[in-house]
Design a protein around this ligand. Structure first.
Ligand SMILES: C[S@@+](CC[C@H](N)C(=O)[O-])C[C@H]1O[C@@H](n2cnc3c(N)ncnc32)[C@H](O)[C@@H]1O
Length: 278
């Protein structure tokens, strides 16, 4: 049991605000939809406690919970948190923003790798736990979630835990189907569901601002066989409608064209009109 002090809430919110300033703008067509800031603070505390002293892999992380967890621990706002955090994301802007933030703040425990979940996972079994907030699989019964979950399982090998953040609404059909599909995928891969914390987080989602997500916690079964290798995923059934209806997965990487300071206005979005101008 940990004997924990209360956190300094103002310092925590301000630190998360530093992280939010550093996030690239989301690409809606690739299901990048960011979690709201208050929920990020609470989620970061939960993740830092859950992964205390562990090696944690993020399979995709536009939200930047990885950065929050590492930064809050580094600043001493949390006195718990993972010993190592590695983000695997196919968006070079996200990987770059994480690497630059870690470098600026001298956070040696945080790193990022450009990686597409369709490719073989490069660090089989190197981690104790994984976190993923994947595309939510509304149009493919959770197949896209299960691709991310599979990579998380490979990250922890045959001994570890995962936190899966997906839609949770019991009035609409698709989130319930996805929840069932992800839980049965976990069981089929020798993981069991430890806990589900329902309807926790809200998002900057224009067409459904009330849709919440849950934390679904899974754990490997004792004595489960270890994966010996990881391979590319090419099965067309798992790739259809990946990011939504008729949005199959065809992009390998999102490349960064121009390095921008996300916290400042870009010079192509405004102009000055001076006194005396005609
Ligand atoms: C799809 S979003 C899901 C919503 C989540 N709230 C967010 O915006 O981070 C999760 C992350 O997965 C990444 N991602 C999407 N497709 C990917 C792929 N094929 N391989 C690796 N990462 C991917 C995105 O860049 C993003 O950072």
């Amino acid at each position: 049991m940990h004997n924990r002090r209360d956190i300094d809430l103002r310092a925590a919110i301000n630190a998360v605000s530093d992280v939010v300033q550093n996030r690239p703008r989301p690409l809606r067509e690739l299901d990048q939809i960011y979690m709201k800031t208050g929920d990020m603070v609470l989620q970061s505390e939960l993740v830092a406690k859950w992964a205390d002293k562990k090696r944690l892999a993020f399979i995709g992380d536009g939200d930047a919970i990885s950065v929050c967890v590492s930064y809050l621990k580094h600043r001493g706002i949390f006195d718990y948190g993972p010993s190592e955090v590695a983000v695997f994301d196919f968006d070079e802007r996200i990987c770059g923003a994480i690497a630059r933030f870690a470098d600026k703040e001298r956070i040696e425990t945080l790193g990022s790798t450009l990686y597409n979940v369709l490719d073989a996972f490069p660090k089989l079994g190197d981690f104790d736990c994984f976190y993923t907030n994947p595309p939510w699989g509304a149009s493919n019964d959770g197949a896209s979630v299960n691709v991310f979950v599979q990579r998380g399982m490979e990250a922890v090998g045959c001994d570890g835990e995962g936190m899966i953040v997906i839609a949770d609404d019991h009035q609409i059909e698709w989130p319930q189907r996805v929840l069932a599909s992800v839980q049965s995928f976990a069981l089929s891969r020798d993981f069991f569901v430890q806990k589900m914390a329902s309807k926790l987080h809200l998002y900057h989602l224009d067409d459904n601002p009330d849709l919440r997500s849950c934390n679904l916690l899974i754990k490997s079964l004792p004595g489960a066989p270890c994966p010996e290798s990881s391979s590319a995923i090419t099965d067309s059934e798992r790739l259809e409608n990946f990011y939504g209806h008729k949005q199959d997965i065809r992009i390998k990487y999102v490349r960064e064209k121009k390095r921008v300071d996300y916290g400042k206005a870009h010079d192509d979005e405004y102009r000055y009109e001076y006194y005396g101008d005609q």
